[in-house]
Design a binder for this molecule. Structure first.
Ligand code: DUC
Ligand code: ZN
Ligand code: ZN
Length: 466
């Protein structure tokens, strides 16, 4: 007789990126070992009748404990950031590890691992942010890191001190070509933004609302076109992250029509927020300052269509939390003098999945399989998490059990991150993950934390399969 299961999730509606069916899921030694009808009793059983049994979310775009400039501190460390992720139905996150100017990539990673090790509630891996692409970084360090399982890196076209010029982007993309790793690009034209910031400040327009005005769609569209063109020159696939509008989407479509391999990502803020939300808000508008900024309802519709039609492969949170009422956050002493000094980014790792589920699945815009693809399966494929993102025999038992009938109103007081607000406060949600299993261990049971920090582990990644 075979060994008993450690855990059986019984009678739920299981969804994969291609199918939806009713089954029991048998788990042993951290993996899914059997899927079928009427499995034998496990050491533990979860009754999932009336529930959806989905792969744990993979949020491949989050920022945790990232150095953010003079006196500014991110609201989440690895403990609070991954706890919040877990409560939002995620079992893996991919935060960014920032290379500071003059720093070796290895040193940046060592420091980042030290912050994460033993403190995480979810599994995790890191993307490098390459800010200083010296000959040794590109020639030796980056290829060595790719070989070690850090198989993706991000470059910026905006932010002084972070942005790379076209020559540097080409050189960095060439490392991806040689190694098979994946380049992610933040597409906004820094020079155009600086010009517009100067104009606004000169006219005395310094409130948070002007953040969006100085980062208009054309600035993102131009940079998206350029990033796609540079990737075409080098002949590498590219990930265009946090796409906010239809013009940038058109650039992705056009590049694909030329035969280019492009991965598109969008985020909740581009579906449910607009720049107009800041109207009449004065400094409280700082709560919504992120880049690219949310746009307008036409852009929201374009992003929805992109999710429905396959322009977007990835739906991520871009969780980048700063406290609002805090001298180390949005309302830092300089931040109160101009939008230019408000740290860019908003929290959202816990609300990403409920927002897409409620607005997308429950309102009939996407089906459950597309939801699974956009929130888990595609992230695993794109970023080389070979044993994650699917409910299938042999995969890690990373599972979120959803109550599709749950009704909640987003209130920051109910969330688990380290910020002091949610930009999504007051949004009505239908459907919420109630129980979350990581590597076969129940971490959240019926809304209560039962796992421990340190249960989440670092996972080296394979090359992308796209
Ligand atoms: N880019 C991100 O990817 N996240 C937050 C801020 C930013 O500019
Ligand atoms: Zn970015
Ligand atoms: Zn980001």
């Amino acid at each position: 007789m075979s060994e008993p299961f450690d855990l059986v999730i019984r009678g739920g509606t299981v969804a994969t990126a291609s199918d939806v069916f009713t089954a029991d899921v048998g788990i042993r030694d951290g993996r899914i070992v059997q899927i079928g009808e009427t499995l034998a009793e496990g050491r533990q059983d979860i009754d999932a009748a009336g529930r959806y049994v989905l792969p744990g979310g993979i949020d491949s775009h989050v920022h945790i404990s990232q150095p953010s400039g003079d006196g500014i501190v991110m609201a989440d460390d690895f403990e609070s950031g991954t706890r919040s992720a877990l409560f939002g139905g995620n079992t893996t996150v991919l935060p960014f590890c920032l290379q500071e100017k003059g720093q070796s990539l290895r040193a940046a990673l060592t420091a980042y691992h030290a912050l994460a090790d033993g403190n995480c509630y979810t599994d995790h891996s890191f993307h490098m942010i390459v800010s200083d692409p010296t000959a040794s970084v590109l020639g030796q360090e980056l290829p060595a890191l790719v070989a070690d399982g850090y198989t993706s890196f991000k470059v910026f076209m905006t932010y002084e001190g972070l942005r790379l010029n076209d020559a540097q982007i080409l050189e960095t993309m060439d490392v991806a070509r040689r190694t098979g790793a994946l380049v992610m690009v933040h597409c906004e034209n820094e020079d155009a933004i600086r010009y517009l910031i100067g104009r606004h400040e000169a006219s005395g327009d310094v409130a948070p609302r002007a953040h969006a005005t100085t980062r208009p769609i054309v600035v993102e569209r131009e940079a998206t076109h350029r990033a796609l063109s540079l990737a075409e020159v080098v002949d590498v696939p590219v990930v265009i992250v946090h796409v906010s509008n239809g013009a940038a989407i058109d650039e992705i479509r056009a590049a694909r029509a030329r035969g280019r391999k492009v991965i598109g990502e969008t985020c909740p803020q581009y579906l449910v927020l607009t720049a107009d939300d800041l109207d009449g808000m004065d400094w409280e508008g700082a709560k919504f300052v992120c880049s690219p900024p949310p746009r307008d309802t036409a852009s929201q519709e374009a992003c929805w269509r992109g999710l429905e039609t396959g322009v977007f492969d990835l739906f991520s949170s871009d969780h980048c939390p700063f406290r609002y009422d805090d001298p180390a956050g949005k309302l830092n002493p300089k931040g109160k003098t101009s939008f230019r000094h408000i740290p860019n980014g908003i929290p959202g790792v816990e609300t990403r999945l409920p927002i897409l589920f409620s607005e997308g699945v429950m309102k009939g815009r996407i089906d459950l399989s597309r939801f699974v693809a956009l929130t888990a399966t595609n992230h695993a494929k794109v970023y080389g998490l070979e044993r994650k993102g699917r409910i299938a025999v042999g995969m890690d038992a990373d599972i979120a059990i959803w109550d599709p009938e749950a009704r909640r109103t987003i209130r920051h007081a109910d969330l688990h991150d380290g910020a002091d607000y949610s930009p999504y406060e007051g949004i009505e949600i239908r459907g919420w993950p109630t129980t979350v299993v990581l590597g076969g261990k129940i971490m959240v049971r019926d809304g209560t934390l039962v796992g421990a920090k340190g249960d989440g582990h670092y996972r080296a990644r394979a090359l992308p399969t796209i």
